[in-house]
Unconditional design. Structure first.
Ligand code: SF4
Ligand code: SF4
Length: 210
C-alpha cells in the first residue's frame, strides 16, 4: 500500500492561488483504504475549498489513479472537467503524475506521499519496503533489512541495539533481532552464514520497466 497524508489546507490554497474553478480527483485504492483520497476525503476537501471561496466544477474517484489508459478514459468523460481551471489530486505522487500526464490542465497534489507500508489498523501504518529493486526477503525471514534496519545493513546487526530496540530510534525494534528470531524459528539460521555483497543501487534507479 502507498501511504500518504494530506497537506495542510493553507499549502493547498497557496498552490491553487489564481485558480478559481477546481476539479477534484480521488483514487479507489490506497487513497481510499488509507483515507487520503476516497469519497469522504474528496467531499471534505470540496467543502473546505468552497468555504475558501473556490468553485468546485466536479469530482471523480479514479479507479485507480495510477493506470494511465484508464485515467485517460475516465477523465475524458468526467462531468465538470472541461469547466475547470485546475485539478487537485487526492492520491499518491504516482496517481498525481498519471493525472498530470493525461490532461492539459495544471495539476496539483493534495497529499504528501510517504512510503510503501503495511496498514496495522486504520490510521496506523508501518514502512516496510523501499522498492529497492533487489528483494532480500527470501533469506531474512520476511523482514526487510533495507527498510527496517535504520542503517540498511545486510550482514547482521551493528552492535548498537539495546533491549531489542534500534540504537537510532529506540521506538523501533532492531530489525536484525527480528530477522534472527524469525530465521531461528524456521530453522534457517544457516542463511546468516553467507556474506552478502553490497547492494547494487543501480537496480533501484529505473524510470520504466518493460
Ligand atoms: S529488500 Fe527491497 S524490495 Fe524487498 S522489501 Fe526490502 S526494500 Fe522492498
Ligand atoms: S540497532 Fe539494529 S536496526 Fe538499528 S541500525 Fe543497528 S542493526 Fe539496524
Amino acid at each position: 500500500m502507498i501511504i500518504a497524508k494530506q497537506k495542510e489546507l493553507a499549502e493547498i490554497l497557496q498552490m491553487l492561488e489564481g485558480k478559481q474553478r477546481i476539479f477534484l480527483t480521488g483514487c479507489s485504492q490506497c487513497a481510499t483504504t488509507c483515507k487520503f483520497g476516497g469519497e469522504e476525503e474528496v467531499a471534505r476537501m470540496a467543502a473546505a475549498l468552497k468555504d475558501a471561496g473556490k468553485e468546485i466544477t466536479g469530482t471523480v474517484i479514479l479507479d485507480p489513479s495510477c493506470i494511465s489508459l484508464k485515467v485517460k478514459k475516465d477523465l475524458r468523460r468526467a462531468p465538470g472537467l472541461q469547466e475547470a481551471e485546475a485539478i487537485l489530486v487526492l492520491a499518491c505522487g504516482d496517481g498525481c503524475q498519471t493525472v498530470a500526464g493525461n490532461t492539459r490542465l495544471p495539476v496539483y497534489p493534495a497529499n504528501d506521499t510517504l512510503f510503501i507500508g503495511e496498514v496495522e489498523r486504520v490510521g496506523r501504518f508501518k514502512e516496510v519496503c523501499r522498492a529497492c529493486g533487489s528483494c532480500e526477503l527470501g533469506w531474512t525471514g520476511g523482514i526487510c533489512p533495507v527498510t527496517r534496519c535504520a542503517k540498511g545493513l545486510l550482514n547482521g546487526p551493528c552492535g548498537g541495539s539495546r533491549d531489542g530496540k534500534c540504537e537510532v530510534d529506540p521506538e523501533l525494534d532492531c530489525a536484525w533481532i527480528l530477522i534472527y528470531e524469525a530465521l531461528k524459528e524456521r530453522g534457517e539460521l544457516d542463511k546468516l552464514r553467507q556474506v552478502r555483497l553490497p547492494r547494487d543501487h543501480r537496480k533501484a534507479r529505473r524510470l520504466a520497466i518493460n
